[in-house]
Design a binder for this molecule. Sequence first.
Ligand code: GRF
Length: 189
Amino acid sequence: MKNIAIFISGRGSNMQQIIGQVKNGILKDLCNISLVFSNYCQALGLKVAKENQIQTLCLDSKGKKRVEYDKEVLTLLHPFEIDYIVLAGYMRILSPEFIKTYPQRILNIHPADTRSFQGLNAYKWAYENLLKETYITIHYVDEGVDTGQVIAQQKVDLTGVNSLEEVEQRGLQVEYELYSKTLAKLFSG
Ligand code: GRF
């Protein structure tokens, strides 16, 4: 049974899916969500986590230096004995010190093939470039932005989409499925 911490900065819809799968789905008996952490104390997802009786912590990152901020987060995390950190819409780059503390133990979901597109607004990129398909990617986090080793990918069919909202809707459905599926595979060894 792995102890995981989910890191969010916003609405937390991926987090919510993982919570559901831990309660009553493919992640049941494979992991326990010890903590939901946010760098933004107003994040909507924190409310959702609390409603699900999950321990939450937040520490506003605005105006803080990366290295010092991450040191504080590491101190907060320490007592929870976390095995894996699951980034789900966490909008902050992690410091090398942080990453070294959890080697191959931090995962991220990126809404594009990280080999083709890194950084923000990946659905907009797919939409504006009229892609017929895009690939949701789960990867380990290294010191770059969306450059870590790819763990799993799943295709999103974009044929016939008429708006960016539609691209996002289709993409998110794949995100939800792929994240829990990948975690389940990883945690079951
Ligand atoms: C998702 O599209 C995820 O791939 C990206 O940020 C978004 C977070 O959405 N990294 P949510 O907070 O999980 O709803």
